[in-house]
Design a protein around this ligand. Structure first.
Ligand SMILES: *Cc1c(COP(=O)(O)O)cnc(C)c1O
Length: 374
C-alpha cells in the first residue's frame, strides 16, 4: 500500500512517471503542489479550498483571476464573454445548438468522433449540413477547405480544431465566410497554440486536457451571439446569457475545477504564455514525428500535413506488439499509451504539461522496444 501519511507515493519514488493520458491528463507538478497545500488551508482562511463558499470573499478572487488569466493569455476583448460551464465539452455540443441554431442550418466539418457527436446533438435543434467528412478514411486527415460545401448564410460553422482520437489537427485554422460565426471545439488544443480569437464567434473546451481537471468547460463567446438565444425556449441553466449575466455563478459553480484552472493559467503566464507553449509543443511533436518517420518499425496512420501536435497516434507492426508495447512501457513508467478503443494502436498525448524529458524518455523506450522485437 502506498504510504499516504508521509507522502511516499509513486510520485516521490525514484522512477519518474510520465503520463501520456488523453484526458484527464497530466497537470504541471508545481500546480499540484500548490493545490495540495491549499487543499487543507486556503490562504490562511483556516478552511480548505473545497470548503469555501462560492459567494465568499475567498472564492470570488479565484474565479476573477481565472477569467482575467484567460483573457490575458488569449488576448480577449470586451466583445467576448468568458464563461465556466459544467457538463464538459459534450454538453456544449447541445447547448451551442440550443442557443444559436434555433431551426436554422449550421455547417459542420466531420473530422472525427467528437465532431460527429457534436453534429448529432445539433440535429435536434435544426438542420446540420456536413460540409466535408474524412470518415470513410478513418479520419486520417482533415478535408481541404477548398472542398467544403458551405451553406450560404449558415447560422454558424463548426470545427474540431484538434481531433484527440484520430490524432489530426488544423495546422492552419480556417476562416468562415463573412457573416457566419466560426465555432470551434478546442478541447484538446486550447492554450497549446497561438490563435486569433477575433476570427471566432465562439470557442469551447473541456478543461481536462490542457487547462485543468474534469468538471468545467471554458466557453468564450461573442456577446452579440449570446444575445440571439430565444429565452422562451432554452432553460435558464443552458443559456449563455445566464452565465454572462451571473458571472458563471447563477448556481454553485464547480469551484475546485475553476480554482485549478486559475492555477494552471497562472503557470502558463509564468512560463511565457501561449507563444512559449506553442514552441515547447512544436518541439516535442517534432521529436516524436521525426523519430516515427525514421523508423521502419513504427508507423503513423495520419496524413503528414494534418498531424496533431497534441495526440501522436502510432502503431507497431501488429496488434500483439501494440499490446506488449503498452504494457512494457507502463512498467518503465511511461503510462496510458494505449490508443483509443475505436482506433487501436498507441497514442501519446503530449499536452502543455508534458515536459520534453517525457517525450525523450518515450523515444528512448521506443528504440529499445524496436531492437528487442523486430
Ligand atoms: C475530450 C473531448 C471531448 C469531450 O469532452 P467532455 O468534457 O468529456 O465532454 C470533446 N471534444 C474533444 C475534441 C475532446 O478531445
Amino acid at each position: 500500500m502506498p504510504d499516504m501519511v508521509s507522502g511516499t507515493s509513486q510520485r516521490e519514488k525514484e522512477m519518474k512517471i510520465y503520463n501520456f493520458s488523453a484526458g484527464p491528463a497530466m497537470l504541471p507538478e508545481a500546480v499540484m503542489r500548490k493545490a495540495q497545500a491549499e487543499f487543507i488551508d486556503f490562504q490562511g482562511s483556516g478552511s480548505g479550498i473545497l470548503e469555501l463558499s462560492h459567494r465568499g470573499k475567498f472564492f470570488q478572487p479565484v474565479i476573477d483571476r481565472a477569467e482575467a488569466n484567460v483573457r490575458e493569455l488569449l488576448n480577449i476583448s470586451d466583445d467576448y464573454a468568458v464563461c465556466f460551464v459544467q457538463g464538459g465539452a459534450s454538453m456544449q455540443f447541445a447547448m451551442l445548438a440550443m442557443n444559436l441554431l434555433n431551426g436554422g442550418t449550421a455547417d459542420y466539418v466531420d473530422t472525427g468522433v467528437w465532431s460527429n457527436k457534436a453534429a448529432k446533438e445539433a440535429k435536434m435543434f435544426g438542420n446540420v449540413n456536413i460540409v466535408a467528412s474524412s470518415r470513410d478514411d478513418k479520419y486520417d486527415h482533415i478535408p481541404a477547405a477548398s472542398e467544403w460545401k458551405l451553406t450560404p448564410g449558415a447560422a454558424y460553422m463548426h470545427i474540431t480544431s484538434n481531433n484527440t482520437i484520430a490524432g489530426t489537427q488544423y495546422i492552419d485554422l480556417p476562416t468562415a465566410p463573412a457573416g457566419v460565426p466560426l465555432i470551434a471545439d478546442m478541447s484538446s488544443d486550447v492554450m497549446s497554440r497561438m490563435f486569433d480569437i477575433n476570427k471566432f464567434g465562439m470557442v469551447y473546451a473541456g478543461a481536462q486536457k490542457n487547462i485543468g481537471p474534469a468538471g468545467v468547460a471554458l466557453v468564450i463567446i461573442r456577446k452579440d451571439l449570446a444575445a440571439r438565444t430565444d429565452e422562451s425556449k432554452v432553460p435558464t441553466m443552458l443559456r449563455y446569457s445566464t452565465y454572462i449575466n451571473e458571472g458563471s455563478m447563477f448556481n454553485t459553480p464547480p469551484t475546485f475545477a475553476i480554482y485549478i484552472l486559475a492555477l494552471i493559467t497562472d503557470w502558463l503566464k509564468e512560463n511565457g504564455g501561449i507563444a512559449a507553449m506553442e514552441q515547447h509543443n512544436n518541439a516535442k511533436a517534432k521529436m516524436l514525428y521525426d523519430f516515427l518517420d525514421e523508423s521502419s518499425f513504427y508507423a503513423s496512420p495520419v496524413a503528414k500535413a494534418d498531424r496533431s501536435r497534441m495526440n501522436v497516434v502510432f502503431r507497431t507492426p501488429s496488434d500483439e506488439l501494440d499490446a506488449k508495447f503498452v504494457s512494457e512501457a507502463t512498467a518503465c513508467g511511461l503510462t496510458q499509451l494505449k490508443g483509443h478503443r475505436l482506433v487501436g494502436g498507441c497514442r501519446a498525448s503530449i499536452y502543455n504539461a508534458m515536459p520534453v524529458e517525457g517525450v525523450q524518455a518515450l523515444i528512448d523506450f521506443m528504440k529499445k522496444f524496436e531492437c528487442a522485437n523486430k
